[in-house]
Design a protein around this ligand. Sequence first.
Ligand code: CP
Ligand code: NVA
Length: 304
Amino acid sequence: MKKDILTLRDLSARDFEALLDLSLKLKKRQRSGIGDRTLQGKTLGLMFDKPSTRTRVSFEAAMVQLGGTPLFLNVKDTQLIRSEPIADTARVLSRYLDALAVRTYSQDLLEGLAAAASIPVINALTDLYHPCQVLSDLMTILEKKGDLENVKIAWVGDGNNVTHSWLNASAVLGLRLSLACPEGYHPKEEILNRALNDGGGRIQLTSDPHEAVRDADVIYTDVWASMGQESESLHRKKVFQPYQVDQDLVSRAKEDVIVMHCLPAHRGEEIAADVIEGPRSIVWDQAENKLHMHKAILKKLLTP
Ligand code: CP
Ligand code: NVA
């Protein structure tokens, strides 16, 4: 049966381990100049309805480096905008492509597409989740800290799509996750409660960023207004100001804390310029690892 990655709940702990292991191996192999053309003859469609720099380019480069072909489809250039049903689109694209990565607004739309498609469908970000981001972030933490189990990850800011994927990952892997989100901007209750139930007591939610980062090994933040929330930007800037990851907040975590951001970043909003450019920031390595993790995902989904 074809396998999709629509949420991190689609993966078992063993799947996570296999992807992390493979992504780290692929990175090493690339560094040593060892090529891998196992996806020769395969085509990955990338159907995107929101902007993207990293996810698009890293999936495209991953496909090319593995010998396959990426095919980018802006949703606005498809018949979807003239009301062709999503299930018809899915069935037709399944006849041309070997896998499809989709960035869109609605998780329901993505799930409808995946249900009708006969090829693997990958969530490249929806309003609700960003699973591939968190997979590559786990790879980065493993690389930097050598372990996931004993690491405390502090999420500071909006309870958004990336937060939801962190909650899912934490529930499956039993990670230690501490979230600091302002009142009214907590993660969705259903996703949070499910993670709290399954997370073995290692997930916490607070409104106090100082509490969240205490003893943290990782501080993670993301934009205050996600794609599609631009009209709320001004209001959010006021609400989220106390949640800025600045030097003071970083100094309250462990001395060797790493600071992560999935990017794009807004300096002076969710992260201070001297933090993102400072010695604790690992955001460029983090962005690079999207390439290696996307390769691992494509190999796992597209090879027997
Ligand atoms: N982190 C991330 O998904 O970046 P893009 O929006 O540029 O793809
Ligand atoms: N939460 C952000 C992530 C961007 C990669 C957004 O959805 O815009």
